[in-house]
Design a protein around this ligand. Structure first.
Ligand code: NAD
Ligand code: SER
Length: 316
């Protein structure tokens, strides 16, 4: 991989992954693209930043040709909560966009494509504890539907066209740099911001809601490790479960109270509760561990300590 295009580079994960990729491959060799064209992130703005809309194939082609792109990290998506508000947009961006990306990767003989999937591929009929790698995939959100189809499409391109497409099922990602973009797990980020600003938070899921989560440094490590794993070691391609930690909203609040003892939380579940209830509480990631050596580093308290430190600096 000599010239990497990151699509959706201004989002929660793309914004940090792009910076990391630039440290490894060189600033000019990692092209950030997004349909947003402005960023407050100074580090990101220092390197190449181009406009693309994944639904508009020519906009992708222009950047691929201009920069001689040979690998794509495809982070652009409409997440679960926004996807339920705008299912048509979620279908068009997540499915139409992915199809455009894969077709262009095939046409330009790209070396590799990485496309994240999500715990949203699972549904209420899936076993919720230690959710197996191979299990029932019957999601109830449009986002989940597109993620299941995306995994299958990626595997199809591997089998049918020999294109190296890889993907992993991120759990809820928690980070301090860029806010999340409309997901069900966003409460696990917002709680830290409100803990610092107001010492209280109103949570949109119930206290006993347990979901699998991951801190951004582990998310970046997992993404880089899968991206660079030897192809021949992979039995799976686009659907790796990756676990790190699993906690309830109440346990998250308790963890924050270790550092901010007077932190208060109230619970006012909204429409996102139903989505959270349809997802796993924890996942079995033994395939990722066996095929590319996945191991997480952060647990809940280590993450809380780091998040609060970083946000105190950021928010003053
Ligand atoms: P995000 O919403 O924070 O960022 C997505 C970026 O894509 C945004 O900058 C947005 O402007 C851009 N984008 C959206 N539509 C576009 C379009 N049509 N053309 C070009 N750019 C477009 O999302 P994220 O959290 O960074 O997620 C990245 C990937 O990881 C997605 O595939 C998402 O489904 C997956 N994922 C994320 C999480 C999480 O907790 N963050 C969990 C599971 C899976
Ligand atoms: N964090 C994501 C969401 O809540 C999971 O894919 O939509």
């Amino acid at each position: 991989m000599k010239k990497i295009m990151v699509i959706g580079a201004l989002g929660q994960i793309g914004s940090e992954l792009t910076v990391l990729l630039r440290q490894k491959y060189g600033v000019e060799n990692v092209i950030a693209t997004d349909w947003k064209t402005k960023t407050d992130n100074k580090v990101l703005a220092e390197g190449p930043l181009e406009y693309t809309d994944v639904m508009d194939k020519p906009s992708l082609r222009i950047v691929i040709e201009k920069h001689q792109i040979d690998a794509i990290i495809h982070m652009a998506a409409i997440l679960s909560a926004t996807g339920e508000e705008h299912p048509n947009l979620a279908w068009n961006v997540n499915m139409g966009g992915l199809y455009n990306v894969l077709e262009l990767a095939r046409a330009y003989n790209m070396e590799r494509v990485l496309v994240p999937s999500s715990i949203a591929v699972f549904g209420p009929e899936t076993p919720r504890e230690d959710t197996p790698q191979e299990t029932i995939l019957r999601p109830t959100t449009m986002y989940g539907v597109t993620k299941v189809a995306g995994e299958l499409l990626g595997d199809y391109y591997v089998r049918r066209f020999g294109l190296d497409v890889r993907g992993l099922r991120y759990p809820g990602i928690i980070s301090s740099e860029t806010l999340p973009g409309g997901g069900t797990t966003d409460y696990a980020v917002a709680i830290y911001y409100d803990a610092i600003r107001y010492k209280k938070y109103t949570c949109f899921v119930k206290e006993d809601t347990r979901l699998p989560m991951m801190y951004m440094p582990d998310c970046l490590k997992a993404t880089m490790d899968l991206l660079h794993a030897p192809f021949d070691n992979l039995v799976h391609h686009n659907d790796f479960n990756v676990g790190a930690m699993s906690f309830t909203a109440g346990e998250l609040a308790e963890s924050i109270r270790k550092y901010i003892p007077d932190f208060q939380i109230e619970y006012k579940p909204d429409h996102r509760q139903k989505i959270a209830d349809s997802w796993p509480m924890s996942v079995d990631d033994s395939a990722a561990r066996a095929e590319w050596g996945w191991t997480p580093s952060y647990d809940l308290d280590a993450m809380t300590r780091d998040m609060l430190e970083k946000l105190e600096q950021k928010l003053g």
